[in-house]
Design a protein around this ligand. Structure first.
Ligand SMILES: [Zn+2]
Length: 128
């Protein structure tokens, strides 16, 4: 019986190693939650009669389940910079983030240092 050499060519491998190479797991978590919000923004663009949409908190706590009421305009402004995230007031991380806007219902924070590099390199709005 010939020995079968299985080569598990798993899709998404490059993606996984990219994540593993990243220095800050919390930053990766934020990037993932931002992707969720990008989907919400897409959907609410189609159903834009309520004024505000419910977005998920983009803080670095993996267990956070807070939602944020944000209008499409507010969300677009926050998304203009790839290092910025929207979080529930109090969920900012003073060591790695600075608050750039306080809109009462939510904060816009900008990550600094390594976390900012990860955030910008994974910016869903970056074209080319
Ligand atoms: Zn949070």
């Amino acid at each position: 019986v010939p020995i079968q050499t299985e080569r598990p060519d798993r899709p998404g491998r490059a993606e996984a190693s990219l994540l593993a190479a990243a220095v800050d797991q919390k930053a990766n978590h934020q990037v993932l939650f931002r992707e969720v919000n990008e989907r919400i923004a897409e959907l609410s663009g189609e159903w834009s009669d309520t004024g505000v949409s419910l977005f998920v908190c983009e803080c670095s706590d993996p267990g956070c389940t807070e939602t944020l009421e944000i209008s499409p305009d507010e969300y677009e402004r926050a998304r203009a910079d790839g290092a910025r995230f929207v979080v529930t007031p109090g969920h900012q991380q003073a060591e790695v983030e600075r608050v750039v806007a306080d809109l009462d219902r939510f904060l816009v924070v900008e990550t600094v240092g390594a976390a900012a590099a990860i955030a910008r390199s994974n910016d869903p709005r970056r074209h080319g």
